[in-house]
Structures are given as C-alpha cells and as structure tokens.
Design a protein around this ligand. Sequence first.
Ligand code: UD1
Ligand code: CA
Length: 456
Amino acid sequence: MERNCLAIILAAGESTRMKSAMTKVLHPVAGRPMVAHVVDALAGASILNVALVVGRDAEAVSAAASTGEATVTSFLQKERLGTAHAVLAAREAIAKGYDDVLVVFGDTPLITAAPLKAARDGLAAGNDVVVIGFQAADPTGYGRLIVEDGTLVAIREHKDATEEERRITYCNGGLMAIDGRRALDLLDRIGNANAKGEYYLTDLVEIVRSLGGRAIAVEAPEEELTGCNTRAELAYIERLWQQRRRHEMMLAGVSMIAPETVFLSWDTELAQDVLVEPNVVFGPGVRVESGAIIHAFSYVEGAHVGAGATVGPFARLRPGADLGPKSKIGNFCEVKKAEIGAGAKVNHLTYIGDAFVGAGSNIGAGTITCNYDGVNKHLTRIGANAFVGSNSSLVAPVTIGDGALVASGSVITDDVPADAVAFGRARQEIKPGRAPVLRERYEAEKAAKKKVKAAD
Ligand code: UD1
Ligand code: CA
C-alpha cells in the first residue's frame, strides 16, 4: 500500500534580516516567489497535500503557494515561538492522520524531489524520524547532527552546543520526516528550555529515542538546503538556481555561448537546437522553438518565438509577441502583443505593438505602429507579402492589404487596399540651379553676424 503524506511548509518568519516591506518567502527566485519553488519540489515528489504555516503577509504568502496541482491549506501562527510551535499551528491537518508528515522550510527554494523522497523512504524503512542533513562548508548557526552507530542521537542548536559539538560539520538542513501516526504525540512533548526559549522542532530526535523509537539522518547536497536569510543569500540562491537550470537546458540540447551571462525565468522553455548568445535575459512566460537564435543583449518576456526565427541583437520582445517560423526581429526593435507571420522581417529600429504582420512582409527601418491615442489602444493589420517603407508611421486602427506597398516616410491614417501603393507624405519639389543662390545668402548672413560680434 502506498503511504500518504502531509507536507508542512513553515513560512511564518519575521524575515527581519531581509530588511524588506515584504516577507522573505515572497521574494522571487527566477521571477517566482521562493515558497512556490518549494511547493513545486513537493509536487515533483508527488506530495500534493500541503499545510502552509503563515505569519506576516499571510494572504499574499497563501496566494503565492497556491500553484500547480497541490492543495494548500493555510494556518496562521500568531506568535513566533519556534519551529515546533510553528508545526503545531497545523495541528488540525496533522490530526487527520497521515502515514508521513514532512516538515520543510519556505526559505529553501533549491530543494528538489530527491531528498524529500529519501526522507520518506527512511520512514517506510521503519524509522520514526528522518532528518535531511548536509556537510556544511561553514556550520556556524546550524543545528549539528550527533550521529552514533548510524542512528541520529540528537540535534544540537548552535547556541546550545558545546565547543566540541560546534566542531561537527554535519548539519540539520531543516527538512524532517516524522511518522504521521505519532507526530502529534511527539510534538506535544517538546518544551522550550533552551538558549532561545523557543520550541525547537529538533528536540523531536531525543524525545523519540527516549520513547524507544529510532531517528536517522540522510545526507543531501548542501546546495539544495541553502536557506535564505538576507538579500546577499537571495542573490547567491539565484545564482545557484540559474547555474542549475542552464546546465539542464544545455544537456537538453540548447546552445549557450556564455551561459553565465544568460538569465532564465522559472518557466522559460527553450527547445532543442535553440542558440542563445551572451547577455540575454528571459522574463517570465517565454517559449522558444527549435532552431531559433536569440542574439546578444536581447530582453524577452511573455513571448513565443517560432522555429528558426531570429531575435536581436538588442531586441526587446514584450508580452504577447508571437513570432512565426523563420521570422526576423532585428536590432533595436520592440514587439508587443503582435503576431509576426512566417518569414516576415522587422529588421531595424522598429516598434510593432497591437498588430498583425502577415507572412513574408517586410517592415522597413524605423517603422512605428502608432497604437495609442493617449486613451485607447488600436490595432494595425498588415497583410501577407506587404512592404512598408522605412520611417513610416502606421496610425492605428489601420489595415494594409496583402501585397501593398507603403512609401518610405509615410504617415498612414487610411486603410491601404491589397496591392495598392500608398504615399502619405508631401511630394518632393525640384528647383534647378537654386543651391548656389541659397549658399550665397547663407554666407552673407554669416559675415553680417561676425561684424556685429566684432563691434561688441
Ligand atoms: C533551523 C533549525 C536548525 C537548522 C536550520 C537550517 C530548529 C530549532 N533549528 O534553525 O537546526 O540547522 O534551521 O536552516 O528547527 N519559523 C516559523 N515560525 C517560528 C519559527 C520559525 O514559521 O516560530 C520558520 C521560519 O520562517 C523558517 C523556518 O521556520 O522558514 C526556520 O526557522 P529559523 O528561525 O530560520 O531556524 P534556524 O535558526 O535557521
Ligand atoms: Ca533559517
């Protein structure tokens, strides 16, 4: 029989050290609140029953954690009396009766499914408490794992540890699995006689042993258990997340010339044989199809890039940009809420917003879709195989038919039928022989000015 599981995410911290108007677990990693990453990792281990313990910014934290398939129920911890006290805020959920109760922290967003599974395997093997530990490069501040003959004897918080215990580098990662049938009984026995006067979840280890039960520790990579307390640690976690994701993508067939300069969002999708040049930033909601190239210094968010399309260098794709296969968005172009047809070219210094550009059309340098009248946004529709000359302003709402040609420098305010040519600018005039006359006049003006200056 498969064992069922309740996960309890502790996210009621004050986050004092973040020095922020917003509680810690709402701060984003890869564009997504930390706590949502934790919920995701749980879902990756098929744990969909989640109790969330909230304090500060309770509503926003609950909303951020309600993601994917998980059923998240929030519990308010009114006073902050320690990690065991926080777990007991979810008493009602634990009391429903689960085989496994898994406690995780909302501020360890790099956790993956593997240690979560390992902790549950430890319970299935007959242990009463399983703690996920790691070898700390610097153990200062962490609870130390005291292991004897393969069993976990105690966890000693840094503040309560002796000199000798402080030399231990095997540390508590904060992830703990508890036999769900005994969890409430064990948790209720925890007191607060320690250096901080808090109810420590870690006391569970000694309690369960004193009752004849068994606790073990299972090691996981330090990276996965990296916690966030300050903005500096937030930046460090972001770096680790980015490294991990870029690596996964490259192994899946994405080319990155200078991966350390590419920034991804939590949901960025890059298909096989996509090439990403240096210094590219992906905001949320991007999907890039096979063979597309994102040239250097481009900023892409909320966009779909079709197969074999090219973007940049120095392009900006904003939400709703939808590029057809083999289309081209060149340097210093911005595309927003616009469909660009297959093979269409928007190569230089152009803004396309609230628009449809048909397949095979060519949009000349400096073209602007004037989509906003100061109050409302309007659509520009450009048919297939149209040609829009450089430096044209297309004043929306306006339609340019299939195969139409717009003369360079036009301000287009009326629809252009298919295959028509539209001029929307003053006609050029020629005055033969007039240049020398003008030049002579200008020279005279210059000389007059000099005279006045000299007299001053
Ligand atoms: C805790 C562990 C320590 C471990 C370390 C790993 C205990 C007593 N100590 O210490 O052994 O090495 O994590 O990072 O468990 N929280 C609440 N309500 C509270 C107290 C805490 O929700 O009343 C939440 C915090 O928001 C945080 C988590 O619980 O997400 C851990 O609390 P924190 O105070 O950061 O524990 P540490 O001192 O880091
Ligand atoms: Ca902590």
